[in-house]
Design a protein around this ligand. Structure first.
Ligand SMILES: Nc1ncnc2c1ncn2[C@@H]1O[C@H](COP(=O)(O)OP(=O)(O)OP(=O)(O)O)[C@@H](O)[C@H]1O
Ligand SMILES: [Mg+2]
Length: 457
Protein backbone atom coordinates (compact mmCIF):
# COMPACT_ATOMS: atom_id res chain seq x y z
CA UNK A 1 0.00 0.00 0.00
CA UNK A 2 1.27 3.46 -0.82
CA UNK A 3 1.01 5.90 2.06
CA UNK A 4 0.85 9.64 1.64
CA UNK A 5 4.00 11.74 1.75
CA UNK A 6 2.79 13.38 4.98
CA UNK A 7 2.18 9.92 6.50
CA UNK A 8 5.63 8.68 5.59
CA UNK A 9 7.43 11.78 6.82
CA UNK A 10 5.44 11.60 10.08
CA UNK A 11 6.47 7.97 10.54
CA UNK A 12 10.14 8.78 9.91
CA UNK A 13 9.98 11.71 12.35
CA UNK A 14 8.34 9.49 14.97
CA UNK A 15 11.04 6.85 14.50
CA UNK A 16 13.85 9.38 14.78
CA UNK A 17 12.32 11.06 17.83
CA UNK A 18 11.71 7.68 19.53
CA UNK A 19 15.25 6.48 18.96
CA UNK A 20 16.72 9.81 20.08
CA UNK A 21 14.72 9.90 23.32
CA UNK A 22 15.49 6.26 24.16
CA UNK A 23 19.23 6.59 23.49
CA UNK A 24 19.39 9.85 25.43
CA UNK A 25 17.39 8.19 28.25
CA UNK A 26 19.69 5.18 28.46
CA UNK A 27 22.82 7.27 28.49
CA UNK A 28 21.20 9.64 31.01
CA UNK A 29 20.08 6.78 33.23
CA UNK A 30 23.57 5.36 33.37
CA UNK A 31 25.02 8.71 34.14
CA UNK A 32 22.47 9.52 36.82
CA UNK A 33 22.85 6.13 38.46
CA UNK A 34 26.63 6.32 38.70
CA UNK A 35 26.43 9.90 39.89
CA UNK A 36 23.78 9.02 42.51
CA UNK A 37 25.87 6.05 43.70
CA UNK A 38 28.97 8.21 43.92
CA UNK A 39 27.17 10.88 45.89
CA UNK A 40 25.72 8.29 48.33
CA UNK A 41 29.06 6.59 48.68
CA UNK A 42 30.95 9.79 49.38
CA UNK A 43 28.35 10.94 51.87
CA UNK A 44 28.62 7.55 53.59
CA UNK A 45 32.38 7.86 53.54
CA UNK A 46 32.17 11.32 55.15
CA UNK A 47 29.89 9.89 57.85
CA UNK A 48 32.35 7.05 58.46
CA UNK A 49 35.15 9.56 58.88
CA UNK A 50 33.06 11.50 61.42
CA UNK A 51 32.16 8.28 63.27
CA UNK A 52 35.89 7.33 63.31
CA UNK A 53 36.69 10.53 65.19
CA UNK A 54 34.03 9.71 67.81
CA UNK A 55 34.71 6.02 68.34
CA UNK A 56 38.22 5.19 69.51
CA UNK A 57 39.41 1.71 70.57
CA UNK A 58 37.70 2.04 73.90
CA UNK A 59 34.57 3.49 72.38
CA UNK A 60 34.15 0.46 70.15
CA UNK A 61 34.46 -1.74 73.24
CA UNK A 62 31.77 0.31 74.92
CA UNK A 63 28.30 -0.92 74.08
CA UNK A 64 26.73 2.38 75.10
CA UNK A 65 28.95 4.50 72.86
CA UNK A 66 28.30 2.26 69.83
CA UNK A 67 24.55 2.30 70.56
CA UNK A 68 24.58 6.12 70.46
CA UNK A 69 26.30 6.25 67.14
CA UNK A 70 24.01 3.56 65.74
CA UNK A 71 20.96 5.56 66.83
CA UNK A 72 22.22 8.67 65.07
CA UNK A 73 22.85 6.99 61.70
CA UNK A 74 19.89 4.59 61.76
CA UNK A 75 17.63 7.51 60.92
CA UNK A 76 19.33 7.59 57.53
CA UNK A 77 18.96 3.83 56.96
CA UNK A 78 22.58 3.14 57.85
CA UNK A 79 23.56 0.10 59.97
CA UNK A 80 26.71 -0.06 62.09
CA UNK A 81 28.93 -3.13 62.39
CA UNK A 82 31.76 -3.18 64.96
CA UNK A 83 34.72 -5.41 65.84
CA UNK A 84 36.37 -4.92 69.10
CA UNK A 85 40.10 -4.55 69.67
CA UNK A 86 42.00 -7.80 69.90
CA UNK A 87 39.96 -9.53 67.18
CA UNK A 88 36.77 -11.45 67.58
CA UNK A 89 33.33 -11.47 66.05
CA UNK A 90 31.94 -8.56 64.08
CA UNK A 91 28.74 -7.39 65.75
CA UNK A 92 25.64 -5.81 64.20
CA UNK A 93 22.61 -6.69 62.08
CA UNK A 94 23.17 -10.03 60.31
CA UNK A 95 22.87 -8.66 56.77
CA UNK A 96 25.11 -5.70 57.57
CA UNK A 97 27.67 -8.04 59.14
CA UNK A 98 27.63 -10.15 55.99
CA UNK A 99 28.04 -7.07 53.78
CA UNK A 100 30.90 -5.74 55.88
CA UNK A 101 32.48 -9.19 55.85
CA UNK A 102 32.51 -9.19 52.06
CA UNK A 103 34.56 -6.03 51.98
CA UNK A 104 36.66 -7.07 54.98
CA UNK A 105 37.29 -5.17 58.20
CA UNK A 106 41.07 -5.32 57.93
CA UNK A 107 41.58 -1.84 56.45
CA UNK A 108 39.80 1.40 55.44
CA UNK A 109 37.63 0.42 52.50
CA UNK A 110 34.93 1.92 50.47
CA UNK A 111 32.77 -0.23 48.17
CA UNK A 112 29.57 -1.80 46.94
CA UNK A 113 28.71 -5.42 47.67
CA UNK A 114 25.81 -7.75 46.92
CA UNK A 115 24.24 -9.79 49.67
CA UNK A 116 21.24 -12.01 49.02
CA UNK A 117 20.56 -10.28 45.68
CA UNK A 118 20.52 -6.74 47.19
CA UNK A 119 23.26 -4.18 46.85
CA UNK A 120 24.86 -2.39 49.77
CA UNK A 121 27.27 0.49 50.03
CA UNK A 122 29.88 -0.21 52.67
CA UNK A 123 32.51 1.98 54.41
CA UNK A 124 34.99 0.30 56.76
CA UNK A 125 37.37 2.07 59.13
CA UNK A 126 40.07 0.55 61.33
CA UNK A 127 40.42 2.28 64.68
CA UNK A 128 43.71 2.05 66.63
CA UNK A 129 46.40 -0.57 66.16
CA UNK A 130 44.74 -3.58 67.77
CA UNK A 131 42.29 -4.60 65.12
CA UNK A 132 39.28 -2.62 66.32
CA UNK A 133 37.16 -1.61 63.33
CA UNK A 134 33.67 -0.59 62.33
CA UNK A 135 31.63 -0.50 59.10
CA UNK A 136 28.72 1.66 57.95
CA UNK A 137 26.35 -0.26 55.67
CA UNK A 138 23.68 1.42 53.55
CA UNK A 139 21.26 -0.47 51.30
CA UNK A 140 21.66 0.82 47.72
CA UNK A 141 17.91 0.75 47.08
CA UNK A 142 17.80 4.53 47.18
CA UNK A 143 19.44 4.36 43.77
CA UNK A 144 16.51 2.22 42.54
CA UNK A 145 14.07 4.95 43.48
CA UNK A 146 16.15 7.45 41.52
CA UNK A 147 16.05 5.07 38.59
CA UNK A 148 12.27 4.75 38.72
CA UNK A 149 11.94 8.53 38.68
CA UNK A 150 14.31 8.59 35.79
CA UNK A 151 12.27 6.07 33.80
CA UNK A 152 9.15 8.16 34.45
CA UNK A 153 10.93 11.26 33.11
CA UNK A 154 12.20 9.41 30.07
CA UNK A 155 8.68 8.18 29.32
CA UNK A 156 7.40 11.75 29.61
CA UNK A 157 10.17 13.01 27.30
CA UNK A 158 9.38 10.21 24.88
CA UNK A 159 5.70 11.15 24.85
CA UNK A 160 6.38 14.83 24.29
CA UNK A 161 9.03 14.01 21.64
CA UNK A 162 6.65 11.74 19.77
CA UNK A 163 3.82 14.31 19.77
CA UNK A 164 6.16 17.06 18.54
CA UNK A 165 7.63 14.71 15.91
CA UNK A 166 4.17 13.70 14.70
CA UNK A 167 3.16 17.35 14.39
CA UNK A 168 6.40 18.35 12.64
CA UNK A 169 6.17 15.38 10.26
CA UNK A 170 2.57 16.06 9.42
CA UNK A 171 3.11 19.77 8.78
CA UNK A 172 6.28 19.33 6.69
CA UNK A 173 4.63 16.48 4.77
CA UNK A 174 1.65 18.68 3.94
CA UNK A 175 3.94 21.56 2.92
CA UNK A 176 6.01 19.30 0.66
CA UNK A 177 3.01 17.48 -0.69
CA UNK A 178 1.03 20.55 -1.70
CA UNK A 179 3.18 21.61 -4.71
CA UNK A 180 3.43 17.96 -5.79
CA UNK A 181 -0.34 17.60 -5.67
CA UNK A 182 -0.60 20.81 -7.71
CA UNK A 183 1.80 19.33 -10.28
CA UNK A 184 -0.26 16.14 -10.45
CA UNK A 185 -3.42 18.19 -11.03
CA UNK A 186 -1.70 20.12 -13.81
CA UNK A 187 -0.53 16.89 -15.43
CA UNK A 188 -4.13 15.67 -15.29
CA UNK A 189 -5.30 18.81 -17.08
CA UNK A 190 -2.58 18.34 -19.70
CA UNK A 191 -3.77 14.81 -20.28
CA UNK A 192 -7.31 16.10 -20.65
CA UNK A 193 -6.11 18.32 -23.51
CA UNK A 194 -5.54 21.68 -21.85
CA UNK A 195 -2.28 23.32 -22.91
CA UNK A 196 -2.45 26.59 -20.97
CA UNK A 197 -1.82 25.06 -17.54
CA UNK A 198 1.37 26.13 -15.78
CA UNK A 199 2.53 25.29 -12.25
CA UNK A 200 4.24 27.90 -10.04
CA UNK A 201 7.93 26.99 -9.74
CA UNK A 202 8.44 27.21 -5.96
CA UNK A 203 9.26 25.15 -2.88
CA UNK A 204 12.38 23.04 -2.30
CA UNK A 205 14.70 22.61 -5.29
CA UNK A 206 13.57 19.08 -6.19
CA UNK A 207 9.90 20.03 -6.04
CA UNK A 208 10.57 23.19 -8.06
CA UNK A 209 12.37 21.04 -10.63
CA UNK A 210 9.28 18.86 -11.00
CA UNK A 211 7.16 21.97 -11.60
CA UNK A 212 9.72 23.36 -14.07
CA UNK A 213 9.85 20.10 -16.02
CA UNK A 214 6.07 19.94 -16.15
CA UNK A 215 5.92 23.48 -17.50
CA UNK A 216 8.54 22.70 -20.17
CA UNK A 217 6.56 19.61 -21.10
CA UNK A 218 3.41 21.69 -21.52
CA UNK A 219 5.35 24.21 -23.66
CA UNK A 220 6.84 21.46 -25.82
CA UNK A 221 3.44 19.85 -26.28
CA UNK A 222 1.85 23.15 -27.26
CA UNK A 223 4.63 23.92 -29.76
CA UNK A 224 4.59 20.50 -31.37
CA UNK A 225 0.80 20.45 -31.63
CA UNK A 226 0.78 23.92 -33.15
CA UNK A 227 3.35 22.85 -35.73
CA UNK A 228 1.36 19.77 -36.62
CA UNK A 229 -1.78 21.83 -37.01
CA UNK A 230 0.13 24.27 -39.18
CA UNK A 231 1.42 21.50 -41.31
CA UNK A 232 -2.00 19.92 -41.80
CA UNK A 233 -3.34 23.31 -42.80
CA UNK A 234 -0.56 23.79 -45.33
CA UNK A 235 -0.97 20.36 -46.84
CA UNK A 236 -4.69 20.72 -47.30
CA UNK A 237 -4.04 24.15 -48.77
CA UNK A 238 -1.62 22.76 -51.34
CA UNK A 239 -3.97 19.98 -52.34
CA UNK A 240 -6.60 22.40 -53.58
CA UNK A 241 -5.01 23.87 -56.74
CA UNK A 242 -4.08 20.58 -58.45
CA UNK A 243 -7.47 19.17 -57.52
CA UNK A 244 -9.24 22.10 -59.11
CA UNK A 245 -7.10 21.72 -62.24
CA UNK A 246 -7.86 18.00 -62.51
CA UNK A 247 -11.58 18.62 -62.11
CA UNK A 248 -11.51 21.50 -64.61
CA UNK A 249 -9.68 19.63 -67.34
CA UNK A 250 -11.72 16.47 -66.79
CA UNK A 251 -14.90 18.50 -67.09
CA UNK A 252 -13.61 20.08 -70.32
CA UNK A 253 -13.06 16.63 -71.80
CA UNK A 254 -16.37 15.27 -70.50
CA UNK A 255 -18.32 18.27 -71.81
CA UNK A 256 -16.68 17.93 -75.21
CA UNK A 257 -15.12 21.40 -74.88
CA UNK A 258 -11.72 19.83 -75.34
CA UNK A 259 -11.62 17.44 -78.24
CA UNK A 260 -8.94 16.00 -80.46
CA UNK A 261 -5.49 17.43 -79.75
CA UNK A 262 -6.93 19.60 -76.97
CA UNK A 263 -8.28 16.51 -75.25
CA UNK A 264 -4.87 14.85 -75.46
CA UNK A 265 -3.32 18.01 -74.02
CA UNK A 266 -5.93 18.16 -71.27
CA UNK A 267 -5.29 14.49 -70.50
CA UNK A 268 -1.57 15.19 -70.10
CA UNK A 269 -2.26 18.12 -67.81
CA UNK A 270 -4.60 15.99 -65.71
CA UNK A 271 -1.90 13.35 -65.50
CA UNK A 272 0.71 15.88 -64.40
CA UNK A 273 -1.55 17.44 -61.80
CA UNK A 274 -2.61 14.02 -60.54
CA UNK A 275 1.07 13.24 -60.13
CA UNK A 276 1.52 16.40 -58.08
CA UNK A 277 -1.42 15.31 -55.94
CA UNK A 278 0.17 11.95 -55.46
CA UNK A 279 3.41 13.55 -54.35
CA UNK A 280 1.59 15.75 -51.89
CA UNK A 281 -0.05 12.68 -50.43
CA UNK A 282 3.39 11.05 -50.25
CA UNK A 283 4.56 14.12 -48.37
CA UNK A 284 1.76 13.60 -45.93
CA UNK A 285 2.60 9.96 -45.42
CA UNK A 286 6.27 10.75 -45.00
CA UNK A 287 5.56 13.46 -42.50
CA UNK A 288 3.23 11.22 -40.57
CA UNK A 289 5.80 8.44 -40.55
CA UNK A 290 8.80 10.54 -39.56
CA UNK A 291 6.87 12.73 -37.19
CA UNK A 292 8.14 15.79 -39.05
CA UNK A 293 6.14 18.96 -39.18
CA UNK A 294 7.41 20.79 -42.24
CA UNK A 295 7.64 20.08 -45.94
CA UNK A 296 10.92 18.56 -46.90
CA UNK A 297 12.87 20.59 -49.43
CA UNK A 298 14.81 18.94 -52.25
CA UNK A 299 16.86 21.77 -53.75
CA UNK A 300 18.04 21.16 -57.32
CA UNK A 301 18.61 23.14 -60.49
CA UNK A 302 15.27 24.40 -61.75
CA UNK A 303 14.54 26.08 -65.03
CA UNK A 304 12.17 28.88 -64.04
CA UNK A 305 11.22 29.59 -67.67
CA UNK A 306 9.92 26.05 -68.13
CA UNK A 307 8.22 26.19 -64.73
CA UNK A 308 6.37 29.40 -65.65
CA UNK A 309 5.18 27.85 -68.92
CA UNK A 310 3.97 24.72 -67.08
CA UNK A 311 2.06 26.85 -64.62
CA UNK A 312 0.54 28.91 -67.38
CA UNK A 313 -0.72 25.78 -69.08
CA UNK A 314 -2.65 24.75 -66.00
CA UNK A 315 -3.89 28.23 -65.14
CA UNK A 316 -4.91 29.09 -68.71
CA UNK A 317 -8.07 26.99 -68.46
CA UNK A 318 -9.12 28.37 -65.06
CA UNK A 319 -8.53 31.94 -66.21
CA UNK A 320 -10.47 31.32 -69.42
CA UNK A 321 -13.43 30.10 -67.36
CA UNK A 322 -13.41 33.30 -65.33
CA UNK A 323 -12.91 35.34 -68.46
CA UNK A 324 -9.58 36.59 -67.18
CA UNK A 325 -6.82 37.14 -69.72
CA UNK A 326 -3.69 35.30 -68.62
CA UNK A 327 -0.53 36.51 -70.26
CA UNK A 328 2.91 34.99 -69.80
CA UNK A 329 6.25 36.59 -70.40
CA UNK A 330 9.38 34.51 -69.98
CA UNK A 331 12.76 34.29 -71.70
CA UNK A 332 13.00 31.52 -74.27
CA UNK A 333 16.33 30.38 -72.84
CA UNK A 334 16.43 28.46 -69.56
CA UNK A 335 16.67 30.52 -66.38
CA UNK A 336 18.33 28.19 -63.89
CA UNK A 337 18.16 28.69 -60.14
CA UNK A 338 18.59 26.32 -57.21
CA UNK A 339 15.23 25.56 -55.63
CA UNK A 340 12.67 22.81 -55.11
CA UNK A 341 10.53 22.71 -58.27
CA UNK A 342 7.49 21.19 -56.55
CA UNK A 343 7.48 23.78 -53.79
CA UNK A 344 7.93 26.54 -56.37
CA UNK A 345 4.79 25.29 -58.12
CA UNK A 346 2.99 25.49 -54.78
CA UNK A 347 4.21 29.07 -54.42
CA UNK A 348 3.01 30.16 -57.88
CA UNK A 349 -0.27 28.32 -57.36
CA UNK A 350 -0.88 30.09 -54.04
CA UNK A 351 -0.21 33.51 -55.57
CA UNK A 352 -2.28 32.75 -58.67
CA UNK A 353 -5.22 31.54 -56.53
CA UNK A 354 -5.23 34.85 -54.73
CA UNK A 355 -4.93 36.87 -57.94
CA UNK A 356 -7.63 35.03 -59.83
CA UNK A 357 -10.05 35.26 -56.92
CA UNK A 358 -10.05 39.07 -57.00
CA UNK A 359 -9.52 39.73 -60.72
CA UNK A 360 -12.78 40.75 -62.42
CA UNK A 361 -13.81 39.34 -65.79
CA UNK A 362 -12.02 41.06 -68.62
CA UNK A 363 -9.08 42.16 -66.45
CA UNK A 364 -5.59 40.74 -67.02
CA UNK A 365 -3.47 38.35 -64.98
CA UNK A 366 0.25 38.03 -65.69
CA UNK A 367 3.03 35.52 -65.03
CA UNK A 368 6.28 37.36 -65.76
CA UNK A 369 9.85 36.09 -65.52
CA UNK A 370 12.75 38.48 -65.96
CA UNK A 371 16.46 38.33 -65.31
CA UNK A 372 18.54 41.14 -63.83
CA UNK A 373 21.72 41.60 -61.87
CA UNK A 374 19.73 40.87 -58.68
CA UNK A 375 18.75 37.46 -60.00
CA UNK A 376 15.72 35.85 -61.59
CA UNK A 377 12.44 37.58 -60.74
CA UNK A 378 9.15 35.77 -61.14
CA UNK A 379 6.03 37.94 -60.69
CA UNK A 380 2.38 37.09 -60.44
CA UNK A 381 0.42 40.28 -61.23
CA UNK A 382 -3.23 41.04 -61.66
CA UNK A 383 -5.69 43.73 -62.68
CA UNK A 384 -7.79 43.35 -59.56
CA UNK A 385 -8.41 45.85 -56.72
CA UNK A 386 -4.83 45.50 -55.43
CA UNK A 387 -3.68 46.17 -51.89
CA UNK A 388 -3.43 49.38 -49.87
CA UNK A 389 0.07 50.72 -49.04
CA UNK A 390 -0.39 49.78 -45.37
CA UNK A 391 -1.08 46.16 -46.43
CA UNK A 392 2.37 45.50 -47.87
CA UNK A 393 4.35 45.40 -44.57
CA UNK A 394 1.93 42.84 -43.07
CA UNK A 395 1.08 40.94 -46.26
CA UNK A 396 2.91 37.79 -45.16
CA UNK A 397 1.63 37.69 -41.61
CA UNK A 398 -0.81 34.92 -41.30
CA UNK A 399 -4.47 35.84 -41.48
CA UNK A 400 -3.92 39.62 -41.26
CA UNK A 401 -5.02 40.59 -44.80
CA UNK A 402 -7.66 37.91 -44.84
CA UNK A 403 -9.22 39.49 -41.76
CA UNK A 404 -8.90 42.97 -43.24
CA UNK A 405 -10.70 42.08 -46.47
CA UNK A 406 -13.09 39.40 -45.25
CA UNK A 407 -16.12 41.71 -45.41
CA UNK A 408 -15.27 43.31 -48.75
CA UNK A 409 -13.85 40.62 -51.02
CA UNK A 410 -14.00 36.88 -51.45
CA UNK A 411 -11.24 35.40 -49.29
CA UNK A 412 -9.92 31.94 -48.44
CA UNK A 413 -8.69 30.51 -45.15
CA UNK A 414 -5.96 33.13 -44.66
CA UNK A 415 -2.80 31.05 -44.56
CA UNK A 416 -1.71 31.12 -48.26
CA UNK A 417 0.63 34.13 -48.26
CA UNK A 418 2.30 33.17 -44.98
CA UNK A 419 2.92 29.66 -46.32
CA UNK A 420 4.25 30.92 -49.65
CA UNK A 421 6.55 33.36 -47.89
CA UNK A 422 7.85 30.63 -45.61
CA UNK A 423 8.59 28.29 -48.51
CA UNK A 424 10.38 30.94 -50.59
CA UNK A 425 12.50 32.02 -47.64
CA UNK A 426 13.43 28.44 -46.79
CA UNK A 427 14.52 27.92 -50.41
CA UNK A 428 16.83 30.94 -50.22
CA UNK A 429 14.73 33.37 -52.24
CA UNK A 430 12.85 36.56 -51.36
CA UNK A 431 9.17 37.37 -51.81
CA UNK A 432 7.89 40.94 -52.00
CA UNK A 433 4.50 42.52 -52.60
CA UNK A 434 3.78 45.79 -54.39
CA UNK A 435 1.45 47.46 -56.84
CA UNK A 436 1.16 46.06 -60.38
CA UNK A 437 1.13 48.10 -63.61
CA UNK A 438 -2.10 46.21 -64.45
CA UNK A 439 -3.78 48.04 -61.55
CA UNK A 440 -3.84 45.26 -59.00
CA UNK A 441 -1.18 43.63 -56.82
CA UNK A 442 2.18 42.22 -57.86
CA UNK A 443 3.93 39.47 -55.87
CA UNK A 444 7.55 38.94 -56.91
CA UNK A 445 9.87 36.06 -56.06
CA UNK A 446 13.60 36.64 -56.58
CA UNK A 447 16.16 33.85 -56.65
CA UNK A 448 19.88 34.28 -57.24
CA UNK A 449 20.98 32.83 -60.58
CA UNK A 450 23.25 29.83 -60.45
CA UNK A 451 25.02 30.77 -63.71
CA UNK A 452 24.46 33.54 -66.23
CA UNK A 453 22.70 31.25 -68.67
CA UNK A 454 20.00 33.47 -70.02
CA UNK A 455 19.57 36.82 -71.62
CA UNK A 456 16.56 39.14 -71.48
CA UNK A 457 13.93 38.38 -74.15
N1 LIG B 1 -3.39 39.58 -55.56
C1 LIG B 1 -4.17 40.03 -54.56
N2 LIG B 1 -4.98 41.09 -54.76
C2 LIG B 1 -5.75 41.56 -53.77
N3 LIG B 1 -5.81 41.04 -52.52
C3 LIG B 1 -5.02 39.99 -52.29
C4 LIG B 1 -4.16 39.43 -53.26
N4 LIG B 1 -3.49 38.39 -52.70
C5 LIG B 1 -3.94 38.32 -51.44
N5 LIG B 1 -4.83 39.26 -51.15
C6 LIG B 1 -5.54 39.48 -49.91
O1 LIG B 1 -4.77 38.92 -48.90
C7 LIG B 1 -5.55 37.99 -48.17
C8 LIG B 1 -4.63 36.91 -47.64
O2 LIG B 1 -4.21 36.03 -48.65
P1 LIG B 1 -3.79 34.57 -48.28
O3 LIG B 1 -3.40 33.85 -49.52
O4 LIG B 1 -2.81 34.64 -47.19
O5 LIG B 1 -5.11 33.96 -47.66
P2 LIG B 1 -6.44 33.59 -48.43
O6 LIG B 1 -6.23 33.61 -49.88
O7 LIG B 1 -7.51 34.46 -47.88
O8 LIG B 1 -6.70 32.13 -47.92
P3 LIG B 1 -5.97 30.81 -48.44
O9 LIG B 1 -4.82 31.21 -49.28
O10 LIG B 1 -5.55 30.14 -47.20
O11 LIG B 1 -6.99 30.06 -49.16
C9 LIG B 1 -6.58 37.52 -49.11
O12 LIG B 1 -7.72 37.09 -48.41
C10 LIG B 1 -6.86 38.76 -49.92
O13 LIG B 1 -7.84 39.54 -49.33
MG1 LIG C 1 -4.55 32.52 -50.75
Amino acid sequence: MRGTLAGRITLVCLGVAGVAVIVAGLVGARLVRTTADNVLQSSLSAQADVVATQLDETGIGNRLGVGKVADVVRGQGISVVVRRAGGGQALGEAVAVQAAGKLGLAADHSGRVTVGGSQYLVETRVVGARGAAFALVLPARNADATQRALVRNIALALGIGLVVAALAGFVSGRLLGRPLRRAALAAGSLRAGRRDVRVPVQGPREVAEVAGSLNSLADALAVSEARQREFLLSVSHELRTPLTAVTGFAEAIADGVAAGDDAVHAGRTIQREALRLERLVTDLLELARLGADEFRLDPASVDLAALVRDCAEVWQLRCARENVRLSVSAPAAPVVVVADARRLRQVVDGLAENALRVTPAGAPMVFALSVSAAGAALSVRDGGPGLAPEDYPVAFERGVLNKRYRDRRPVGSGIGLALVHGLVTRMGGTLTAGPAPEGGAAFTIVFPLTTAVSSPP
